[in-house]
Design a binder for this molecule. Structure first.
Ligand code: ZN
Length: 67
């Protein structure tokens, strides 16, 4: 999986949006008027989450989070 990192003008991380693939990262950025700043590598997800763009499930290492 992948994160789209949203930073403020000073480079402080505001939000990390989970996305399932690079194409979804690009899509998310264009949908939200963000500059796509490149693939920032693969991340391991702890719990299942949803792609910020296509909303498919991203399976985490530990499975679904139990609330
Ligand atoms: Zn996706």
């Amino acid at each position: 999986m992948h994160y789209v990192m949203i930073e403020d003008n000073e480079g402080q991380l505001i939000e990390a949006i989970p996305v399932c693939s690079e194409s979804c990262a690009r899509q998310y950025c264009s949908d939200n008027g963000l500059d796509y700043d490149g693939w920032n590598g693969c991340h391991e997800l702890e719990f299942d989450d949803y792609c910020g763009s296509c909303e498919s499930v991203i399976v985490g290492v530990l499975g679904a989070y139990v609330y």
